[in-house]
Design a protein around this ligand. Structure first.
Ligand SMILES: Nc1ncnc2c1ncn2[C@@H]1O[C@H](COP(=O)(O)OP(=O)(O)OP(=O)(O)O)[C@@H](O)[C@H]1O
Ligand SMILES: Nc1nc2c(ncn2[C@@H]2O[C@H](COP(=O)(O)O)[C@@H](O)[C@H]2O)c(=O)[nH]1
Length: 403
């Protein structure tokens, strides 16, 4: 791993000539991987309100503006950037709220590689860092009419600070009591298809003749509010999510019998006879796949509603009414001058000066081996701490302050 300096993009020509010696203006950073230099900072052409990204290819001398996926962080006075595991850049924003200071720009993760392949262009993806492991999102699947929505509503009503619903997009028409932005984002097919092509969706599927999908934003909005995200999606969607970097707990819900499923679907009275028939036909295939594919971590039967709800709560470790919001991350502020080295998969950041500009010997450790998740969605499992090199020596790596 090379040294990383805060830099001015204007100094890049000189940078290429003399290596890593860059002037610092605090607004932009240049971070190098192989032949590529990632310049992070300043507004992008599209949106002056967010941090921009440009890539300089040293071998050709050409700049490239990559397609940027994920929610882009808002600009800040300055930031620091450090490469982690040659696949993502850890970006620490200064003077930002604790829940907005740690970001990752993914440049060569599995997700980014896949998206480069699909989109046929240079791609980078932002993912906000969440301290600790955080609770895994919950995917609930099952045939139409089994009771997914009913049970999710019960969870959300009893634990309003714990859970947040991922509001999907759909091309189907709203039902009488459904509100746009609450139950679904009701949208036009052409708009949704374009957004899918533009990489804005975590997953999407054709279900019962309509297009449904979970946008990356829908999951991020819930995660950012400190809540555990619940996704009500079909089996195809659950399969796509499982293949993504989003680590979830997946639950498949079965009816006690096919006759009971039919009864519930008809009794709900929201579908025409033709639609009911279509949903029931699809239900047979879904039940087969859901029960036998090994796709789901848990299978529950929704016979008696209260019994099923109790089982669901057991799976989600909800004992009593501990309706807690997650603790927000804390922030590590790196000074202007620092150097970076790597040891045992840990990134060590040695700060030569403190925040007032005085000499300091602070040493921070970012444990990159514990990262989980990532774009699309949030990066969890960040373990950052300060150590005291004088009293413990580097081999000791004794933690003196956790973040
Ligand atoms: N355990 C149960 N016993 C009897 N009726 C139930 C039970 N659970 C749910 N229901 C009823 O079954 C109907 C379908 O439930 P719900 O709308 O929650 O299904 P769903 O799985 O979310 O369907 P969809 O996938 O179409 O959105 C509703 O009228 C609901 O009140
Ligand atoms: N793959 C996805 N499936 C979704 C999503 N949102 C809902 N669904 C599933 O669609 C059916 C029908 O729902 P309805 O509201 O029209 O009755 C049901 O099985 C849902 O689980 C999504 O974003 N992606």
């Amino acid at each position: 791993m090379g040294e990383v300096h805060e830099s001015s993009a204007d100094g890049l020509e000189e940078f290429l000539a003399v290596g890593l010696d860059l002037e610092s203006n605090g607004c932009q950073t240049a971070t190098m991987l192989g032949e590529k230099i990632y310049v992070i900072g300043g507004g992008s052409d599209d949106d002056a309100l967010s941090i921009g990204v440009r890539i300089l290819d040293k071998s050709t001398g050409k700049w490239e503006i990559p397609m940027v996926l994920g929610t882009v962080p808002a600009p800040c006075k300055s930031h620091s950037a450090v490469f982690l595991n040659k696949e993502r850049i850890l970006v620490l924003k200064r003077d930002s709220a604790p829940d907005d200071c740690t970001w990752f720009l993914e440049v060569d993760t599995l997700f980014v590689k896949e998206q480069k392949e699909i989109l046929g262009t240079e791609v980078v993806a932002w993912s906000k860092g969440v301290n600790g492991d955080g609770p895994k999102p919950v995917v609930i699947s099952g045939p139409s009419g089994v009771g997914k929505g009913t049970l999710i509503n019960k969870l959300m009503n009893e634990f309003p600070s714990t859970f947040g619903f991922s509001v999907s997009h759909t091309t189907r028409a709203p039902r009488e009591k459904e509100k746009n932005g609450v139950h679904y984002h009701f949208t036009e097919r052409s708009i949704m298809e374009k957004d899918i092509r533009d990489g804005k969706f975590l997953e999407s599927a054709h279900v019962h003749g309509n297009l449904y999908g979970t946008s990356i934003e829908a999951v991020e909005v819930v995660t950012d509010s400190g809540k555990r995200c619940i996704l009500d999606i079909d089996v195809q969607g659950a399969r796509s999510v499982k293949a993504s970097s989003l680590e979830v707990v997946s639950i498949f819900m079965c009816p006690p019998s096919f006759e009971e499923l039919e009864k519930r679907l008809r009794a709900r009275g929201t579908e025409t006879e033709e639609q009911v028939q279509k949903r029931l036909r699809n239900a047979r295939a879904e039940l087969e796949q859901g029960k036998s594919s090994g796709l789901f971590d848990h299978i529950v039967v929704n016979d008696n509603l209260e019994t099923c709800y109790a089982n669901l709560k057991k799976i989600l470790n909800l004992n009593g009414s501990n309706d807690d919001v997650c603790q927000p991350s804390k922030c590590i502020e790196l000074p202007a001058g620092y150097s970076v080295s790597e040891m045992d998969q840990k990134v060590l950041i040695h700060c030569g000066t403190n925040e007032e500009g005085n000499a300091s010997n602070s040493l921070y450790v970012f444990d990159a081996s514990l990262l989980k998740g990532g774009a699309p969605g949030r990066t969890r499992g960040l373990n950052a701490y300060a150590i005291d090199p004088f009293t413990e020596g580097l081999n000791g790596l004794k933690q003196v302050k956790s973040f």
